[in-house]
Ligand binder design. Structure first.
Ligand SMILES: Cc1cc2nc3c(=O)[nH]c(=O)nc-3n(C[C@H](O)[C@H](O)[C@H](O)COP(=O)(O)O)c2cc1C
Ligand code: SF4
Ligand code: SF4
Length: 345
């Protein structure tokens, strides 16, 4: 006997991992004769969301970004209409393979925050399940090799189908709660990422001289964060760093600018040092750390935004472009393998 007659699955996905989980859940449902609807939240109006069918199990699937669900998913959940369905929260995180061991990713506050929002709206939580698929975050680590990607894909497909069986039979699945201590410990980082980190990351992407202006990145960005400035793709602060544009560019022209971000960091350090030395002259003590934090953050973001404009302009000069490109780790073979989730046949 199935516990639910319907699955209503909402997902967000940059490079395909979360989409795969949504499909795997749906396939398991269909095998049991359960109706299933999959909705890509990037393709619907997130301000006026239709209420899910009252007898459906509602499932949310999203990657983890900075120890939390990305803002696009949090925003979707916070605009989700009130209801009393049961909800299954799932995420996909940065799995890696060391020898034969899968190292799990870190969920942080994603499940707690969304559970609170959904409980307030009247929903009840049926499970919280993390899925450790290959990490797509090639801005911070070299792209994973084919063997790792295949292994994690196959292993997790099996795990997701086991989870679906459990849920369909009416059992709860709270695997994520085993990690509650580490999730609480890292929670301050998720707050920092939400308010600062993601804006910094948005300005680390650029299109190199290999770009042929095909506009694929602009058309496919799930949050419409790339615009054209002076005939070149330009990343705005709306970017969620989902990695889709970098992975899909047919010319492999999108890079993460490690070198120039380091340069901007030096400029920022110099500007704040001068400000504190000559303008504030020792008036900032340890009791003013909060002021200092906000001030430093604002200065950094302003310098980043201005420099990004400048760099975008200067990229038309060959020598400058080469300097930026060759100081980007993603340009190099040992690092820059792009990631796209495997597709089932
Ligand atoms: C900007 C960014 C931040 C990330 N932060 C985390 C994180 O905090 N914890 C984690 O386990 N994985 C993290 N990841 C890895 C992704 O969550 C993981 O690869 C996910 O499966 C990608 O899903 P998608 O293909 O559906 O976009 C991050 C990836 C990116 C691009
Ligand atoms: S997808 Fe690549 S080549 Fe096409 S416009 Fe974007 S950066 Fe340029
Ligand atoms: S700009 Fe690229 S990384 Fe940013 S949200 Fe759009 S597709 Fe994702």
């Amino acid at each position: 006997m199935n516990a639910f007659p319907k699955f209503q699955i909402y997902y967000f996905s940059g490079t395909g991992n979360s989409k795969n989980v949504a499909l795997w859940m749906s396939n398991s449902a269909l095998k049991h004769g359960i109706e299933s609807q999959i909705i890509n939240i990037a393709k619907i109006d997130r301000q006026s969301i239709e209420k899910p069918p009252s007898d459906a199990l509602v499932i949310f699937v999203s990657p983890i970004h900075g120890f939390n669900y990305p803002p696009v998913m949090l925003n979707f959940i916070s605009h989700f209409p009130k209801g009393n369905n049961k909800v299954l929260l799932m995420n996909t995180r940065a799995g890696m393979l060391i020898g034969k061991y899968v190292t799990p990713g870190l969920t942080g506050i994603a499940f707690f925050l969304s559970s609170i929002l959904l409980l307030i709206k009247g929903y009840s939580i049926q499970g919280m399940v993390p899925v450790d698929l290959p990490s797509n975050w090639i801005s911070v680590h070299p792209g994973l090799n084919e063997r790792t990607v295949k292994y994690l894909h196959t292993k997790n497909k099996e795990r997701v189908s086991q989870c679906a069986e459990k849920i369909i039979s009416g059992k709860k699945d709270f695997k994520a709660l085993k990690e509650v201590v580490q999730d609480i410990i890292i929670s301050p980082v998720s707050v920092l990422y939400y308010f600062v980190g993601r804006f910094c990351l948005a300005k680390t992407y650029y299109a190199s001289g290999d770009c042929n202006n095909c506009d694929i990145c602009i058309r496919n960005c799930p949050v419409k964060a790339i615009i054209k400035v002076k005939d070149r793709p330009y990343w705005t602060f709306k970017c969620e760093s989902c990695m889709r544009c970098m992975s899909n560019c047919p010319k492999k022209a999108i890079e993460t600018g490690h070198g120039y971000v380091l340069g901007i960091f030096y400029i920022y350090s110099a500007v704040t040092a001068i400000f504190y030395k000559f303008f504030i002259k020792g008036q900032i003590g340890p009791d003013n750390e909060i002021f200092k934090f906000f001030f430093d953050t604002i200065v950094f973001l302003v310098i980043l935004a201005i420099s990004y404009r400048g760099i975008h302009y200067c990229m038309r000069f060959k020598l400058f472009e080469k300097l930026i490109v060759y100081s980007s780790l993603t340009k190099y073979k040992f690092w820059g393998r792009r990631y796209k989730a495997l597709k089932d046949q």
